[in-house]
Design a protein around this ligand. Sequence first.
Ligand SMILES: *Cc1c(COP(=O)(O)O)cnc(C)c1O
Length: 433
Amino acid sequence: MADSRRQLPRVDAVLADPRVVAALGRVSRAEAKRTVTETVARARVGDLPAEEVADEVVRLLAGPPIQLRPVLNATGVVLHTNLGRAALSEQAVDALRIAAGHVDLEYDVVTGRRASRGRGTTAALLAAVPAAEAVLVVNNGAAALVLAVTALATGRDVIVSRGELVEIGDGFRLPELICSTGARIREVGTTNRTSVDDYAAAVGDTTGCIVKIHPSNFAVVGYTSTVGVDVLASLGSPLVVDIGSGLLHPDPLLPDEPSASAALEAGAGLVTCSGDKLLGGPQAGLVFGRAELVERLRRHPLARAVRVDKLILAALEATLRGPSSPTRRALLATPEQLRPRAEAIVADLVRHGVAATVEASDGAVGGGGAPGQVLPGVAVALAAEYAEPLRLGDPCLVGRVERSRCLLDLRCIPPESDTALCSAVLAVAAAMG
Ligand SMILES: *Cc1c(COP(=O)(O)O)cnc(C)c1O
C-alpha cells in the first residue's frame, strides 16, 4: 500500500505530461486540475493502476467538456423524455453551428437597423400551417399554455373539462400550472363525460378563456363523451387548444392525435404544442392562432420571460424546412425495413460467439403521445445481463429488458449506427468473457 502510494504521480507532473498538455486546450485550467486530482485520487484507492493515471486523464479530456453523453436509443420509444425527446436532423444540427456565432437574429443587414426576431422561423411555421394567422415560439409547451392563460384569463375563469385536468409527467399537473397564472379554474363535466351544455352553463362575464387539453398520455375508454373544437369555438369565449404533441397536420399513422391545422380549421383561437415531440425539433413551445390573440400574448410581459434563444429558433426553422426528421423516420420504420438490419447484426454477433436472436418488438411513440399505440418493430435480443454493461459502455447503448431478455429495438437507431451497436455488444461480450 505504502509502495503504491509512493508511486502515485503528482498532480503537477500529470498536468505537465505532453499528452495532457495537448488536451488542455479543450478545457479550463481548473477543469484540468480537477480531472487530474480526481484521477490521482482514484489511483490512491486502487481503482486505477498508478501508471495509467495520465492515460485516463487524456481519455477523460478527449471529448467536449460536458457530462452529457450520447446514447444509442434502442428502447423502441421514439420520444423518450429521459433521453432528450426528439433527436435533431442533420440540418438542424448544422443550423445550431451557424446560430452559435453572431447572426442577424434581430438585425436587417440591408438597412443596418433592428429587425423582427426569428422572422425566418415564423415564416417557416406559417408556411407549414397556413390555417394560422400568426405564430409565436416560446420555451416549451408548458410555457405556451401558461402564457396563453396568463394573457387571456388572469383574474378570470378558465373553463376546463374535468376529464382534461391531467398530469403531464414528473408530477407536473396542468391544473396547478393554470392556477399559477392567477386564473381560476372552472371545472365542468365529469371525468368520463362532458357535454356542450356543461361548457355553455359556465361561460359568462368572468370567463377569460375555454381551454381544451389533449389527454395525451392516457386513454379513457368506454362510456365517454367530449366536446369537439368546432362546438367549443361557437360558445363566444376565446378557445385555447393544447394539442401537446405538435402534429401540424392530421396523420393517418397516428389517427388519435389532434393536429394544429385541424384545431385551427375547426375554430380554435389559439393552439399550443411542443416543438420536441412529433414535430421532431428542439425543445420549444408553439402558439398558432388568430392574429389578435397571438398579438396579446406577444405583448404580454411574461412573453419576454419565456422567449427562446437563437439556437432554438435556428434548429426549429431547419427542422421545418428540412427533410423528414429522425423522429418521423423512426415513427415510419416498418418491421420489413428493420428485420434485415437485425438479421445482419445477429449474424455478426453469432459469428463472434454471442447468443443473439432476432425478435419482434413493440415500440411506442413516447413523450406522452399516442398512448397505447403500438409501433410494431424488430429487436436484437440478448441475455438480460447485457442491459447494464451496455448502458455503461462507450457508446452508451440503452435497450429494454423484457421477458428476461435485453431487447435492442432498432426503430430509433439510425442504420449508420448499426456497426457501432454491434461493436458495443461485442465489447461487452468480450468483457463478460
Ligand atoms: C407534453 C405536453 C405538454 C407539455 O409540453 P412541454 O413541451 O413538455 O412543456 C402540455 N400539454 C400536453 C397535452 C402535452 O402532451
